[in-house]
Design a protein around this ligand. Structure first.
Ligand SMILES: Nc1ncnc2c1ncn2[C@@H]1O[C@H](COP(=O)(O)OP(=O)(O)OP(=O)(O)O)[C@@H](O)[C@H]1O
Length: 961
């Protein structure tokens, strides 16, 4: 943890010159008793208050508008809506006397409901129905909900009480010294269960150190008081920005997201970050109606559209490039989110036809770069940055795509049981027309050994043949000619047939010869070489020893490695070539302004039971992105503080430079040592692991493990890497004989691939990590990845970022299933909790002086009617003895440390609660007096009537007589 205490020359300068004088806050007089209109401050009632502590104002009506759009989309009827609005309060049956005594309470509840519905209509209505919500605990009575913000309401005076200062140690709720109160009021708190999940429990008894809580399943739990965390007021359930939470602890963040997710509100802001939870089902949040609504600003709740909208407007207004950085683990929804953002940009910047081409790149890239994995049926095995360029008038005029991959090609020859190779292979086998099938000698997928190994050929609900036609159409749209398309399909078929090539052992030393079968013959035909050239390239190796050229026969295992390396290399080159063709087609038009919006869809941090080279590269990339993310967030915070003239030097932020040094340092960093070991002919995964332990043990982010493993302390947690396969994957060698084979082919694509490989190996000669011998060592995979990453960081550095963090709620890819532990782990990994932490360590709650004065001014003893909001605010801070470290007074706003406003809010609520009690007592008393008088009057009247009746009776009886 690096505590950043930078001198702020800009701040100091502004202090001298432009800065208006900051209000002087009188030092607190610790021992002077302060009469304050409140109940004890250290305690809070059952977590419910209409807090306005949030930094951002909730847009009134946003949810209602979303709900209205949803209804329009789904055709939901009016009756339903009415049903939803039914209040549990309206059905309450009570006697007149009860109603009289509860009048004050009813007014209060109505206030809350009105306030809630105005602020979060969709959430409040649903909340009432959602009995399973952890917030809707049965033990929490609505009657305990404190009063709402209702400025116009008149209150009577309240009992005075001595104020307890809000101490710095109480930034989170501390139960220690409020035990009796806590137990008596049935307060709630977050407690962690043995399975790691958090639950909201009701405190039934509490001592100095421990509390006993009752849980929703009827069980009880004894926990240490220190482990209890404060819940947020109920009114904050489902807020659309986590920063609005008074208590920014993990369970509160988790449950707020869950609350929204359960209402199909999959997007939530975490300050500057958009959190998107994968619904794994169709949610009615997209389409033209929504695009129009976001465009017209008639709704502005958190959404990918809102992010894209901000990006496009800021690009035009400030003439600054923008980037939308989407990350998350596999299956979290990054690719879908990227498509949604592209859809919005295409809709806003469309008109030239280019937007259609850009959208058509998706089916191509998905076909060639996505595959079914155990975690995602449509998993992208590469990262991509799509940069969309705009003309001066804000119209799309071009785009370019950059891809990032670390050994994506290995999937071509091997993938796990139940997974698939790249979609395009299955699409080609299923959808190629007859003429193409004949030309390529195509078979069905399960006749190819490369596809057969994982024993998975189809994906539920996906028609590969149909997809093939979509890919062909998309290729057409991005101007890949019919000839080129055919060449691409020939390469794909050649790769498949390569896998079917078999070898015959010809001597005792296990040397082999390529069998002259259908496999070899078809490959030779498809790439345009002779059968003998192919056979020699796959079964022999030419070597130069001194001045002599020697031909060495390969053993079976060497031949298989050579064949597979050729297949992988062909696929990697083919993918690169396709991206290049797309880029040519999307080439930037003449009306280019130099302004762009880049969408980055990149794999998130990964930590599995077994972590290999792929996770090593991915996590390294994420460390870089995290540093960028942190420095950006920190910068944003800093800007706001400076703008308001407050001292921002007290904000800490997590610096991951040590971890980056561990990866990047030369010559003794993980990447350098990996490249060095990869070039040693005798280097093995074990010698690599030993070298790491020998040289890097002093790094704070490195830990030795047994055998071939080592641990890295990443920003998102510790990951144990197993070095098995590291060297081979990093070398990604292609035998020079194979390159020469491709160079000698008559077909255009293999020729082109070969010349590129040769030029890369020439360039690599200038690289200190070049390989020796005749093998073509292009740049090592890790080095190539690192240089791609540096290019990416340069591009991002020139743009203003917008972050979207995708979260996978469960591993089964099922809707309505929210696994707390899984979500929490991702929130940590993707930096959402870091945002929250940075905010917590700074001053996350910001309230304008006007709003603060209006909300809390009535608590002051003095008459403040004539005073300006700033001095009212300062007076409130003084009266409540809020410790100066807990807040800063800005020019326009007050900045509070986390939890401070929650405490102030409690005071306000208790005060209002007291007022209501006094009101109800008074009204009860008045009502009783009234009833008494009334009864007296009736009795008097009745006695009169009785008298007159008696008189009447005696007169008429007399008459009868
Ligand atoms: N907004 C959404 N609405 C509906 N379904 C979604 C949404 N986002 C994602 N999904 C579902 O989740 C699946 C996985 O999403 P996606 O492929 O975008 O994940 P990813 O994060 O890109 O994964 P990977 O890193 O493996 O490529 C999609 O195929 C889709 O079924």
């Amino acid at each position: 943890m690096a505590s950043v205490r930078m001198p702020s020359p800009r701040l100091q300068e502004s202090k001298k010159t432009t800065r208006p004088e900051r209000p002087k806050v009188k030092p607190r007089l610790p021992n002077s008793p302060q009469p304050v209109k409140s109940l004890p401050l250290n305690s809070r009632s059952t977590g419910s208050s209409p807090s306005a502590s949030g930094r951002k104002k909730v847009e009134p009506g946003t949810g209602r508008k979303i709900a209205a759009l949803k209804k329009k989309d789904t055709g939901e009827g009016e009756g339903n809506a009415k049903g939803k609005e039914e209040s549990p309060y309206s059905s309450k049956v009570s006697t007149r006397e009860e109603r009289l005594s509860e009048e004050a309470m009813d007014v209060r509840d109505a206030g809350i409901k009105k306030d809630s519905q105005e602020r979060y209509p969709e959430v409040v209505n649903d909340a009432e129905r959602n009995k399973d919500s952890p917030y809707n605990s049965k033990t929490t009575s609505r009657r305990e909900t404190p009063a709402a913000e209702e400025e116009g309401r008149t209150f009577y005076s309240v009992a005075y009480n001595k104020a307890s200062p809000i101490s710095s140690s109480r930034s989170e709720l501390n139960w220690g010294d409020t035990t009796t109160y806590v137990a008596k009021k049935k307060l709630q708190a977050w407690c962690q269960l043995s399975n790691g999940n958090w639950e909201l429990g009701t405190i039934i008894s509490s001592s100095q150190s421990e509390s006993i809580l009752s849980l929703s399943n009827g069980g009880v739990l004894k926990v240490n008081n220190d482990s209890l965390l404060a819940p947020n007021p109920e009114i904050l359930n489902g807020v659309d920005d986590l920063m609005q939470l008074s208590y920014l602890n993990e369970p509160s963040v988790l449950f707020n997201l869950q609350f929204r997710y359960s209402h199909d509100l999959i997007y939530t802001k975490a300050g500057p970050v958009l959190v998107a939870i994968n619904p794994f089902k169709e949610v009615h949040l997209y389409g033209n109606q929504y695009i129009e609504a976001y465009k017209n600003k008639s709704i502005n709740g958190p959404h990918v559209y809102a992010i894209a909208d901000t990006a496009i407007h800021e690009m035009i207004r400030d003439e600054v490039n923008q980037s939308i950085i989407i990350s998350g683990e596999s299956g979290a929804g990054k690719t879908e989110t990227a498509k949604i953002a592209m859809q919005y940009l295409a809709s806003l910047g469309g008109g030239s036809g280019m937007e259609y081409e850009i959208l058509q790149t998706n089916p191509i890239l998905e076909a060639f770069g996505n595959a079914r994995t155990l975690r995602n049926d449509n998993s992208s095995r590469f990262g991509k940055l799509i940069e969309i360029h705009f003309s001066a008038t804000g119209k799309i005029c071009g785009a370019s795509i950059q891809t990032f991959s670390n050994s994506m090609q290995s999937r071509v020859v091997q993938c796990e049981i139940g997974e698939r190779s790249y979609h395009i292979f299955y699409q080609l086998c299923a959808g190629a027309p007859e003429s193409l099938r004949e030309k390529l000698n195509l078979r069905i997928a399960n006749e190819y050994k490369y596809l057969k190994r994982s024993n998975c050929y189809t994906i539920a609900g996906v028609d590969d043949a149909e997809r093939f036609h979509l890919v062909v159409d998309a290729m057409q749209a991005v101007h890949i000619s019919k000839n080129d398309q055919e060449s691409v399909f020939s390469m794909l078929a050649a790769i498949l047939w390569l896998g079917n090539i078999s070898f015959t052992v010809i001597d005792n030393e296990n040397h082999v010869e390529v069998a002259t079968d259908e496999g070899a013959q078809t490959v030779a035909k498809l790439i345009g070489c002779t059968l003998s050239e192919l056979k020699s390239a796959l079964s022999t190796r030419k070597m130069k020893v001194g001045n002599d050229n020697i031909i060495q026969k390969l053993t079976l295992s060497q031949a298989i490695v050579t064949r597979d390396a050729l297949a992988k290399s062909l696929y990697a080159s083919l993918f690169e070539w396709i991206v290049e063709q797309i880029n040519k087609s999307l080439g930037i038009g003449k009306r280019h302004t130099g302004r762009s919006i880049s969408i980055l869809d990149i794999y998130g941090f990964e930590s599995f039971n077994k972590n290999s080279f792929e996770q090593f590269c991915i996590n390294y990339a994420n460390e870089r992105l995290q540093q960028y993310f942190n420095s950006h967030l920190f910068k944003l915070e800093q800007e706001e503080y400076i703008q308001d003239g407050i001292d921002w030097a007290k904000v800490d932020f997590e610096d991951n430079q040590d971890c980056l040094n561990l990866f990047e340092k030369k010559p003794l960093g993980l990447l350098s040592l990996l490249d060095e070991e990869s070039t040693f002919p005798n280097g093995t995964d074990l010698t690599f692991a030993d070298k790491l332990k020998q040289h890097l043990s002093s790094s704070p982010c490195f830990k030795r493990e047994r055998d071939k493993a080592f641990t890295v302390h990443h920003y998102a947690g510790e990951v144990i890497y197993d070095t098995t396969g590291f060297l081979e994957k990093n070398r990604d060698l292609l035998h020079m004989d194979s390159i020469q084979l491709l160079a000698s082919c008559t077909c255009r694509l293999p020729q082109m691939f070969a010349s590129r490989m040769l030029s890369q190996s020439v360039n690599a000669a200038a690289n200190p990590y070049k390989s020796s011998g005749v093998d073509s060592q292009r740049l090592s995979v890790a080095s190539k990845f690192k240089s791609q990453l540096f290019q990416l960081m340069i591009r991002l550095g020139n743009a203003r970022p917008h972050f979207i963090r995708c979260i996978k709620p469960n591993n089964s890819q099922l809707p309505e299933n929210y696994e707390q532990g899984l979500v929490l782990q991702q929130l940590r990994c993707c930096g959402v909790l870091e945002v929250v932490r940075i905010s917590k360590s700074g001053y996350p709650t910001r309230i304008s002086h006007q709003k603060f004065a209006r909300r809390y001014g009535f608590l002051l003893l003095d008459n403040v009617a004539s005073r300006d909001p700033l001095s009212v605010s300062v007076a409130i801070l003084q009266q409540f003895n809020i410790v100066p470290e807990m807040y800063q007074v800005g020019f326009t706003k007050l900045f509070f440390r986390s939890g401070q406003v929650g405490l102030l809010e409690d005071t306000r609520n208790r005060t209002l609660h007291g007022i209501l009690r006094v009101q109800s007592c008074f009204r009860g008393h008045r009502a009783r007096l009234y009833v008494k008088e009334y009864r007296k009057g009736i009795v008097a009247l009745q006695s009169c009537k009785f008298f007159s009746f008696e008189l009447h009776w005696s007169v008429s009886s007399c008459r009868k007589l």
